[in-house]
Ligand binder design. Sequence first.
Ligand SMILES: Nc1ncnc2c1ncn2[C@@H]1O[C@H](COP(=O)(O)OP(=O)(O)O)[C@@H](O)[C@H]1O
Ligand SMILES: [Mg+2]
Length: 322
Amino acid sequence: MTSDSNAQRVSINSALRAIPKLVEASKLGMRDQAVEIGVEIAGLLDAGMPTVSERIRKIARTGAGLTPIAAKPPEDLVDYVSVENGFDGVVLPENVIAEARMIATEHARAAELAAFSVAPRHKIVLHGPPGNGKTMLARAFAAELGLPIFEVKYGGLIASYLGETGKNLQRLFDYAGSQPCVLFIDEFDTVAMARTAKGDVGETRRVTNQMLLLLDRLPARCFLVAATNLFDQIDSAVVRRFDFAIEIPSPTEDLVRTCAARELSPERTPGYDRRDLVERIVGCAPPHLSAVVAMCEWIRRDLCLAAGTNIDGMLAAAAVRG
Ligand SMILES: Nc1ncnc2c1ncn2[C@@H]1O[C@H](COP(=O)(O)OP(=O)(O)O)[C@@H](O)[C@H]1O
Ligand SMILES: [Mg+2]
């Protein structure tokens, strides 16, 4: 096969991979995003399938055929995120992965569970220190369950007018409960603060009370993932409303090792095999996986641009910083 036709095949594969994103975006009425993905697909097909690419471009330009099926999302309150990676993309302790897989299985086998009068768990709260994969796991749930994911935008949700935050929360849950989807509420402590906490007690109390009601009424078709770094500040009655809490702790040395080994696998460093650096990273990385990933990205960048000549210096400096 010539390198030209090889390149075309790669492009066509990428275009095929983008199709689910396009379908999802247009189904949800995210017109701008759908157009953007359409244009991207057209670009990938230019060389190999020019007539198809021209047609897709035309549809994207006019917006024809992009009529939403579901109600339009409240774009002031949520971001729609396109996800690809399931659980395999996240480095997690074994018990966490096992729990996550169990919950996904419950959804895949919901009909069987119904015969035993059990519903799949659909309200989970993730907690633990920042930078260890809570957001990634929420998105992985969406990919595993094959559902669109909506992530709450705090700028739009939290209003300065008294009572307005409550109305926004109602709007958010009304939309999320209207269809099968994942709703991801990060920084969940903000809207579920313990009612004994100090501060603007009146409004905090109202918002938390409302959260209790919303959680009680959330239909099972909506899979809610809440995440927080401040689990102990969340109202205990709210915590009880969840089906399950998963702690994602600071990584063990072994988990750092797994993460670094994955990030420095030879497929990601064409022409190099620098797995020898893994143990040095384990010795000097700060105790969260986002730092490990960032360090490995730095190394891959240096391998690509400077043949890795700055790696020793970088790792030595990181070791000094501790
Ligand atoms: N468990 C993990 N596995 C792989 N990468 C991770 C993991 N945790 C963090 N990262 C890296 O750090 C970034 C931030 O992680 P994130 O999921 O936002 O953490 P959190 O939500 O717990 O603060 C991710 O985009 C990823 O690059
Ligand atoms: Mg996060």
